[in-house]
Design a protein around this ligand. Structure first.
Ligand SMILES: [Zn+2]
Length: 295
């Protein structure tokens, strides 16, 4: 079994995963960023030991999916907005020393993409792009079984390409990037609602304002996806994340936007499908990070 660690902004999830992506045991804790790095590391280590005991197998190695930038080659964390004081820490080395097994790390969206490619919606597809739409928009690209990396092992941010240069300024520096227009956060903010989920529910009830918001969201989602289709013509785009739970509401608009925007490529070859791993994607992804390095 493989130890899986998912480091998010609000929580840390840890578990044991078998070689087919099945989660055997799991535990989680709020991230408590104010308690600092050593406390967080101690909690992760303890949860790894506890879940390993629960699952009862032999620990083969450890995979980590981590929010924000990481250096997959050295194992060092980058500057993570939600975890001040964790930057430049080598989490791979720390866990290898504790558990005496090999470990590997990737950005969490890349980890999820690897899991969907191997065990989920991308099985059998030579070129797959995974997109998650929740509070933000992220994703990863797996081409011919390999994670696509940028220079120096960097993680390309497909959620931050520009859709509308007249749009709001994003923390990435651009105006009107995909995330700033089409994320759940953007949807809620633009419509004065508490959450994207609330808008989707109101739309189900047929409220006209909510239906207009859904129409706009479908168009923005469609524009970003159309750009991915035109740039890469992947076999599959797998859509995950909280907003995509309500994908039926956006589906027609997304497909119409792709159909009318991607005239120079065989866009009908790209299958748009829901991601399959659901909530397990983070732990399965972390395990896959280990397997793609050492499996
Ligand atoms: Zn941005």
């Amino acid at each position: 079994m493989i130890g899986a660690v998912d480091i998010g902004g609000t929580k840390f999830a840890v578990g044991m995963v078998d070689e087919h992506g099945k989660v055997l045991a799991r535990a989680e804790t709020p991230s408590y960023p104010e308690r600092g790095l050593q406390d967080g590391l101690a909690r992760i280590t303890r949860m790894l030991r506890e879940t390993a005991e629960q699952a009862g197998g032999a620990l083969q190695g450890i995979g980590i999916g981590c929010t924000g930038p990481v250096d997959p080659h050295s194992g060092t964390l980058g500057l993570i907005e939600f975890l001040p004081g964790w930057e430049w820490f080598n989490l791979v080395e720390a866990l290898q020393n504790q558990f005496k097994v090999p470990a590997a790390i990737e950005n969490d969206a890349d980890a999820a993409a690897l899991a969907e490619a191997a065990w989920g919606a991308g099985q059998g597809a030579a070129r797959m792009i995974y997109v998650t739409v929740s509070t933000g928009i992220g994703g990863g690209m797996v081409f011919d079984g390999k994670l696509y990396r940028g220079a120096g092992g960097s993680h390309p941010e497909i959620g931050h390409h520009v859709i509308d240069p007249g749009g709001p300024r994003c923390f990435c520096g651009a105006h009107g990037c995909w995330e700033s227009l089409a994320s759940g956060t953007a949807m809620a903010k633009n419509n004065g609602r508490a959450s994207a989920y609330e808008i989707c529910q109101a739309a189900e009830r047929g409220e006209p304002e909510a239906l207009a918001a859904i129409e706009e969201e479908g168009r923005y989602l469609g524009m970003g996806l159309a750009n991915l289709v035109t740039l890469f013509v992947p076999d599959v785009i797998a859509l995950g994340g909280g907003v995509m739970q309500s994908r039926a509401l956006f589906w027609d608009k997304i497909n119409e936007t792709i159909r009318t925007s991607c005239g120079l490529v065989p866009h009908e070859r790209t299958r748009l499908v829901p991601a399959l791993l659901g909530k397990d994607v983070a732990l399965a992804g972390a395990a896959r990070v280990f397997l793609q390095r050492y499996g």
